[in-house]
Design a protein around this ligand. Structure first.
Ligand code: PLP
Length: 393
């Protein structure tokens, strides 16, 4: 693999920069929270510098909202062949706020939330804060016969159907999926849409990782599947993962039917006004101008995934990785190893000095697993993996 400027970023520089990923567990290599160690694109940096020079620090101007919505709509048309009306692309601070709003205003009052697991960790806590129960629906795992590709996770349609019958109303989808790294096929989503439709259910489709999809896979927005899917879905996405901007506090809520848009007209404005002005500047530049940086970064991440799979094959064949189709988060199964009763992440933090995310935080289906963030300079990844292998030897 040829060298890349990202290779030259050092752990000392990252610690000095002070990100959460590198400061929360300061004596370890940070490979947990979903931040990338590559900064952001030059186009985003230039747009932000320009906004700072103009002291664009006031409340959200409508012109910036329009610019962001149009930039996203063009990006969605080009990358996903999804034609969205820019007026239906609304700014919110972040995807978790979007989830709270959708639970509160678009799901049946008091109904439990249907959550396929393993799931992004806060999905297991946010519904409870709103007084909602969660029905955890473990995903189905198969190993196609004769394939050495590793485990294949799919949504368990019968179990989702049962969750609706048990009173669930809002299904939380995540695609591309954190933590399992899958990118759903249209046929899989179609089957999910049929179950949802049969029960008059709703879908919150978290597509925050949508730009981060590898060669051979394609992101198809769930709401773009059919009229039916559009009629029961609210989509949330953001430039924050692909361009590394989570602190800029700007995400996109995409409304795909008239009824939801009408509700938003009555409840959405306070949420929109909390979005950061600079976040809109950064998101617009990301979607409109930063495709080349994204593609280059994707190539680098793909190379990092190969480093991981090569090392596992050579030194840790007992640790299984779910094939990575999108995102930069690798889902590792440590259940075949004896870790003295410790969860893998706790074991690796103390014995290897590498901080991963504990799989159990992703729901019961994640016990014995850990999530590894691959978005780091390759020499740091290699060091982390070497330490992990040594600690498990
Ligand atoms: C799948 C998924 N959804 C939501 C979030 C949180 O997004 P936000 O910071 O916009 O709330 C993350 C962050 O890692 C994520 O991976």
């Amino acid at each position: 693999m040829s060298s890349h400027p990202f290779d030259d970023i050092t752990a000392d520089q990252l610690r000095a920069a002070g990100s959460m990923k590198w400061s929360a567990y300061p004596d370890t290599i940070g490979a947990w929270v979903a931040e990338m160690d590559f900064g952001t694109s030059p186009e985003v940096t230039t747009a932000l510098h320009d906004a700072v020079d103009r002291a664009l620090f006031g409340y959200l101007p409508q012109s910036l909202v329009t610019q962001m919505s149009e930039s996203y709509a063009r990006f969605a048309a080009e990358r996903y062949s999804w034609g969205v009306d820019p007026a239906r692309v609304r700014p919110v601070t972040d995807v978790l706020t979007a989830l709270e709003l959708v639970i509160t205003h678009y799901s049946r009052p008091g109904s439990p939330i249907i959550l396929p697991t393993p799931a992004y960790m806060p999905f297991l806590t946010v519904p409870g804060l709103l007084g909602r129960e969660i029905i955890q629906v473990p995903m189905a795992v198969t190993r196609p016969a004769g394939s050495s590709d590793g485990p294949r996770y799919t949504y368990d349609l019968d179990a989702i159907d049962a969750a609706f019958r048990a009173g669930g109303h809002l299904l939380v989808l995540c695609n591309p999926h954190n933590p399992i790294g899958r990118v759903l096929l249209p046929a899989e989503m179609q089957a999910i849409a049929e179950v949802v439709d049969r029960h008059g259910g709703r879908v919150f489709s978290d597509e925050i990782h949508a730009p981060l999809v590898y060669e051979g896979h394609r992101h198809v927005p769930y709401a773009s599947l059919s009229e039916t899917a559009a009629s029961h879905t609210i989509t949330a996405t953001s430039a924050s993962k692909a361009w590394n901007l989570p602190g800029m506090k700007c995400a996109q809520l995409v409304l795909s039917n008239d009824a939801d848009a009408k509700v938003w007209t009555s409840i959405g404005r306070p949420a929109e006004m909390q979005t950061a002005t600079l976040g809109l500047v950064a998101s617009s530049a990301a979607y409109a101008e930063s495709g080349a940086w994204l593609d280059d970064t994707l190539g680098y991440l793909r190379g990092n995934y190969r480093v991981l799979t090569d090392l596992l094959a050579a030194e840790l064949p007992q640790v299984e990785v779910a094939p990575l189709e999108g995102t930069y988060l690798a889902w590792l199964d440590f259940r075949a190893l004896d870790l003295g009763g410790l969860p893998p992440a706790a074991f690796l933090r103390t014995r290897a000095g590498v901080t991963l995310t504990d799989g159990a935080l992703c729901g019961m289906a994640g016990e014995g697993f850990a999530r590894l963030n691959l978005a780091t300079p390759r020499p740091i990844l290699t060091e982390a993996l070497t330490r992990i292998a040594a600690s498990l030897a």
